[in-house]
Design a protein around this ligand. Structure first.
Ligand code: MN
Ligand code: MN
Length: 433
């Protein structure tokens, strides 16, 4: 078991090293899927049991499935996670100069504690699209001889006034700007990268922590990485799906969906609020039955079951005030099932029905998955949600089920290798039952 956990952790850390943004997670997932015989649904005319397919949306949101023996109208089993992570996006006109220093002006993406992003080596990733449609991919800060970027902070000698402020006011969002060089850097962008200043108007450039995942602790039981939320569950789902033995169709179609924009509320065309998922189900039915009637799509969606594969907060012994005592998730205790998310009086929650929770209990125990059941956090302390409610609106059963993390949404998050591995094992059991 120990050997399997170590091997899985190495593969996962390799995935994280490449998948620093949602676009890169998508590209790497497609590469892995194609190597395992998955075909782009666009190139497939008819589907039969055992077929392996994927369908993408704008290089950001991805659906992959192994077709089952029963028609898709009898429902599918979905593991759904997200590949976007909190970060700083460059503004459309990001370049400016102040006091002889060149800066990138940024806009926050997702829930971050601003002070955690100061004085860290940062990397720049993304895509610039020129007016003629030509794309220039940017990846700067993770190769050994790459330059990195940084947000500065005031020195302690002159920081007395700053330290009297509330933590949320230590730095203003508009001051979360990244040192891009000394003097004018526009010339370098043009000469070295072929990017004109105006090309930045049509670009998606993201500032993320520089550096690869690292093992943590004398026993190396933990992994520190940027973007565990939610690549740890996304990768586990992908791995579990690719692991289903080739040509051997299960009764139900099994699928993973790796979506974008969860961290800003699942909105937009590549978020789970869009029609991407139902459209994909319709496309599959169309290739199974030669036509997809509206009622068939609705039946398929309503009869489906889903594990909402997203991380949860692990109890931190130094911050006991955040815990729902007796119902807290423990680091190293395996993936955690969360019956309901939301805030305060379950506001905004997707609440799984007891019958479905019982089915999942049986599945996990039979497969000897080390798992736990918990709550999101202490009532009235805050709250949160995942993509579960956007899937539950189709009438399907959905349960939140994912890896517990320490310091979620920090530039470096902590996960236990044991929990990462058992998350994958849990999704595999969900597919294979
Ligand atoms: Mn998440
Ligand atoms: Mn999150």
């Amino acid at each position: 078991m120990k050997k399997e956990i170590e091997k899985y952790s190495r593969d996962y850390m390799r995935f994280l090293t490449v998948a620093k943004t949602e676009r890169r997670a998508y590209a790497e997932a497609v590469r892995l899927l194609e190597a395992k015989g998955f075909k782009n649904l666009e190139d497939v005319k008819a589907l039969k049991p055992g077929d392996r397919i994927y369908r993408g949306y704008h290089g950001k949101t991805l659906f992959a499935a192994v077709i089952g023996r029963e028609p898709v109208t009898s429902g599918i089993r979905v593991v759904g996670g997200h590949t976007d992570a909190p970060r700083l996006d460059l503004k459309p006109k990001p370049l400016y100069e102040k006091g002889g220093i060149a800066y990138f002006d940024t806009h926050m993406y997702g829930g971050i504690k601003k002070y955690q992003w100061l004085v860290l080596p940062l990397a720049l990733y993304g895509t610039v699209v020129k007016k003629n449609g030509k794309k220039i991919d940017v990846a700067l800060g993770d190769a050994a001889d790459d330059p990195v970027f940084m947000i500065s902070d005031v020195l302690p000698h002159f920081g007395k006034e700053q330290l009297e402020k509330k933590a949320k006011d230590l730095v203003a969002a508009e001051d979360m700007d990244v040192v891009a060089g000394l003097g004018s850097v526009a010339d370098i962008l043009k000469k070295k990268y072929g990017v004109e200043k105006d090309d930045l108007l049509s670009a998606e450039l993201e500032i993320v922590p520089a550096g690869a995942p690292r093992e943590v602790g004398l026993d190396r039981a933990l992994i520190a990485a940027y973007g565990h939320d939610d690549r740890v569950c996304a990768y586990a789902g992908l791995h579990a799906l690719m692991d289903l033995s080739k040509g051997q169709a299960l009764s139900k179609t099994c699928a993973v969906v790796l979506c974008d924009k969860e961290e800003i509320g699942s909105v937009g065309a590549s978020g789970m609020e869009s029609s991407f998922f139902e459209n994909t189900v319709a496309e599959i039915i169309d290739r199974q039955a030669r036509s997809a009637r509206d009622i068939d799509v609705r039946r398929a969606l309503e009869r489906s079951q889903m594990l909402s594969a997203d991380v949860c907060a692990a109890s931190d012994p130094h911050f006991p005030d955040a815990d729902s005592v007796g119902n807290e998730a423990k680091l190293g205790g395996g993936p955690c099932a969360i019956k309901y998310t939301g805030a305060a009086s379950k506001s905004g929650a997707s609440d799984a029905r007891a019958e479905f929770v019982a089915e999942i209990r049986r599945t996990m125990d039979d497969a000897k998955v080390d798992w736990q059941m918990g709550e999101l956090g202490r009532a009235e302390k805050g709250g949160g949600g995942t993509i579960s409610k956007f899937m539950a609106r189709f009438g399907m059963d959905v349960l939140d089920f994912g890896t517990p993390l320490l310091n979620m949404h920090a530039p470096w998050e902590l996960a236990s290798k044991h929990d990462c591995y058992h998350t994958m094992k849990a999704y595999r059991a969900f597919f294979a039952r």
